[in-house]
Design a protein around this ligand. Structure first.
Ligand code: NAD
Length: 445
């Protein structure tokens, strides 16, 4: 039996910088691909381009504020860069770098012909009016200039951006490039502006299909089906609410939900539509009648079968991983679990369906939207969902198969070697696919 070489030394202080977390995750796969050309490793671990912008915007009251923004292109070996744009006060260059890399691996795992990219604007959308958000978006996109385009780098929604933001992005780009079909420059657009049926709910729906497929493989001890499973969702936004309502349709019982202001718990079950309606009316899920208020850290530790983090990075760390009661964690958010938390969860038998597989439904239907835009077509919802199910199931199968092969090949690991996880297998599948195409194309020149 070949033993994998040990990876980087165990750290004493937990790494929470998302970019370094993503590099650690990548490094954990490397011992299992000794055939990977050494010179490619640094290339695959680093973004090929990081754009940092700084621009002034006139506010509604006549004052002027300066905003900082990023667009990172991680890799374009398998196709144009693809990735969402996030509006959040805590956006940093390293966060966007991490998110761009995760996009590269995600697109390879679901096998859509895109590379990875991501964007972010440092702002607090809750404190901005619609017209201020529109001016920020227009200025950001016009300053990005030729760095985005239908065949080079294609944005999409992410945290605190939505169809409305995508419509402004399209309009700005179209004003700058008149006289041609610019619809494929951005995905997640409104349906009457070239959006695809099923895109808005694609991340949550993809999570459902991926989770169902994982359960079919029988990898989660004591959980064979969604029917009757207790569900907790952190982050009741687009991805979280859609997942909650679709899991609920399959018989899962939503017992906890949260947003940025806190969470609610009701062990007898919550109606996801009622939670959504309450949040629409009151701006938060907190205070919903008949529920107990919990903090976000408490919410993660509630008794349940399935935990869906659908908010931000670094929610499950070495500090709380030992307290998680779920049998399986399905990562709708990007990067919610640190590598050290991953190991603690594995040692306790908690299965993690990693982000690069679990939330890939969004980019998959973004790809379908892009194809429809190029061909001037509009597919039926059933067709989109059937294609999505096939892609998500195939992605889970490929990752589970790789994981089973690895575990069989390496039944014991050297001391201090992280356990083989579904995340390790997912990275392997992705790195192999991207590096294979890189070498097939030939290193330029
Ligand atoms: P969204 O803006 O629609 O919703 C985010 C939700 O998270 C909101 O309800 C917000 O209140 C809540 N939230 C914010 N901070 C929180 C905190 N500290 N604790 C708990 N909840 C908090 O965003 P979204 O599009 O649903 O994205 C959520 C996550 O899913 C992000 O990590 C994003 O990268 C990931 N994701 C989204 C897509 C997509 O297509 N939208 C695709 C793949 C992955």
């Amino acid at each position: 039996m070949n033993e994998p070489a040990p990876v980087a030394a165990v750290q004493t202080q937990e790494e929470l910088n998302p970019f370094r977390v993503s590099q650690q995750q990548f490094a954990r796969a490397l011992p299992y691909i000794p055939q990977l050309k050494k010179g490619l490793i640094e290339f695959l671990m680093s973004p090929v381009r990081t754009i940092e912008l700084c621009f002034p915007v006139e506010m509604d009251d006549g004052s002027v504020r300066t905003f900082r923004a990023y667009r990172v292109l991680h890799n374009r070996v398998r196709g144009p860069g693809k990735g969402g744009i996030r509006y959040h006060p805590d956006v940093t260059a390293d966060e966007v770098r991490a998110l761009a890399g995760w996009m590269t691996w995600k697109c390879a795992i679901v096998d859509v012909p895109f590379g990875g990219a991501k964007g972010g604007v440092v702002c607090n959308p809750k404190e901005l009016s619609e017209s201020e958000l529109r001016r920020i978006t227009r200025r950001y996109i016009s300053d990005l200039g030729e760095n985005i385009g239908p065949h080079t780098d294609i944005p999409a929604p992410d945290l605190y951006t939505d169809e409305r933001t995508m419509a402004w992005i399209y309009d700005t780009y179209d004003m700058m490039h008149p006289g041609r079909n610019n619809l494929p420059v951005v995905t997640g657009k409104p349906i009457d502006l070239g959006g695809s049926y099923g895109r808005k709910e694609a991340t949550g729906r993809g999570l459902l299909y991926a989770t169902e497929q994982l359960l079919r493989h029988g990898l989660v001890a004591g959980l064979q089906q969604l029917n009757g499973a207790k569900l907790v969702v952190q982050g009741f936004g687009n991805a979280g609410f859609t997942a909650a309502r679709l899991f609920h349709e399959r018989g899962a019982v939503l017992v906890g939900a949260s947003d940025s202001q806190g969470g609610i718990y009701q062990p007898d079950g919550l109606d996801p539509f009622a939670v959504h309606a309450f949040k629409q009316q009151h701006g938060t899920v907190v205070g919903m009648p008949g529920t107990r208020t919990v903090t976000n850290p408490e919410l993660l530790e509630l008794p349940c079968d399935i935990l869906v983090p659908a908010a931000l990075e670094n929610q499950i760390t070495a500090a709380n991983a030992a307290n998680i009661q779920a049998k399986v964690i399905c990562e709708a958010a990007n990067g919610p679990i640190t590598p050290r938390a991953d190991d603690i969860l594995t040692s306790r038998g908690v299965v993690v369906l990693p982000d690069v597989v679990a939330n890939a439904g969004g980019v998959t239907v973004s790809y379908y939207e892009w194809v429809q835009n190029i061909e001037n077509e509009q597919w039926e919802l059933d067709e989109v969902n059937a294609k999505l199910r096939k892609k998500m199931s195939a992605a889970v199968d490929a990752v589970v198969q790789r994981w089973e092969d690895l575990v069989k090949k390496f039944p014991t690991l050297p001391p201090d070697t992280p356990p083989i996880q579904l995340r390790t297998a997912a990275y392997l599948v992705a790195i192999e696919r991207v590096s294979h195409v890189a070498l097939e194309r030939g290193i330029w020149p």
